[in-house]
Write a protein that binds this ligand. Sequence first.
Ligand code: FE2
Ligand code: FE2
Length: 212
Amino acid sequence: MRDYSAFDRLLMQFDTAVRTVAGKPVATQRPYPAAEIEETELDATGRAHIAALMRVNHAGEVSAQALYQGQALTARNPALRDTLAEAAAEENDHLVWTENRIHELGDHTSRLNPLWYGGSFAIGALAGALGDKWNLGFLAETEHQVVAHLGEHLEQLPATDARSRAILQQMQVDEARHATTAIDHGATELPGLVKKLMQAMSKIMTRSAYRI
Ligand SMILES: [Fe+2]
Ligand SMILES: [Fe+2]
């Protein structure tokens, strides 16, 4: 990746923020995992529940965009910035896929997305400012928690909804790889209390995004 100036990076970040929150992310690199899978018959309640689960996952991806942006802004090591940018491109795929699925189910993304973006950007920037090993530690823990969370959603999804399942399964594979990459780059294990705090915050987010 070429070496952008701080001002260039700030402009690119602003562009990403606006696109993410406005539901106009950049095009994806990879095909939609549900593309070749037939739609299943769902009643109104089932459809609303699945759409709400996907809304939660989409809100999580909005946060992921913001976290990665915040971290890339303050990360000191240029190689690490490139690694974060690569993972962020995959998070952008997730953002597009989950939004697609929500619209297929006739529903809307979370109205609170600007809030998730702003809060997550601040947390990411703080993690980045603490230094690369903490930054990566935070990233690895976030990804581990997302893998676990996606596992819970896969259990909740009806077995017949193969389209949603294909999306979440691919996301789970990617998130696990992001965690491994962070560990390979020297992530430090976070204190238990910080992990608990992160879980508590994601619970608040999960519950709100399910409804709003
Ligand atoms: Fe993701
Ligand atoms: Fe990830």
